[in-house]
Design a protein. Sequence first.
Length: 150
Amino acid sequence: MAAGRVKVTLNQKILVHLLDFTRWADREDAHPATTQLGIANGLRARRSHVTLALQTMARQGLVVDRTTRIVGGRRRKKAYSLTPLGYERAGEARARLAAMPVQLLDEGAHVALAHVPERLGAEYDLRDLLPWLRSDGVLDPRSLTAPPTT
């Protein structure tokens, strides 16, 4: 794989991020990670970029927003969730990203993103890796924090 041939988009990352919060779509409140700021923080992206991506994805019928109470917050804010089409596209994006060969920066090896956790000897979820995956498909394992304990 030549450098630069892999393209990871913010839209793909947002879809996969929101996929983990599907069960919140029918609740009266929303998870903080489904707001623009929550998505931006979760993916280590600029909020302005997330805002533009969400606007585009809403026009494409992939996400919807609703103004609601955010768990742990005082004010109502916009929270985002996947539409049925967005859920389908998010599943496709998750599968595509999991199978995508990424370059591990420290060793130069190319490995499918889904196999990075076993390569590193840690239990990371795909969503844990996305914030550290550059748009050119390079992942720096030194930047990863310890995986969450469950």
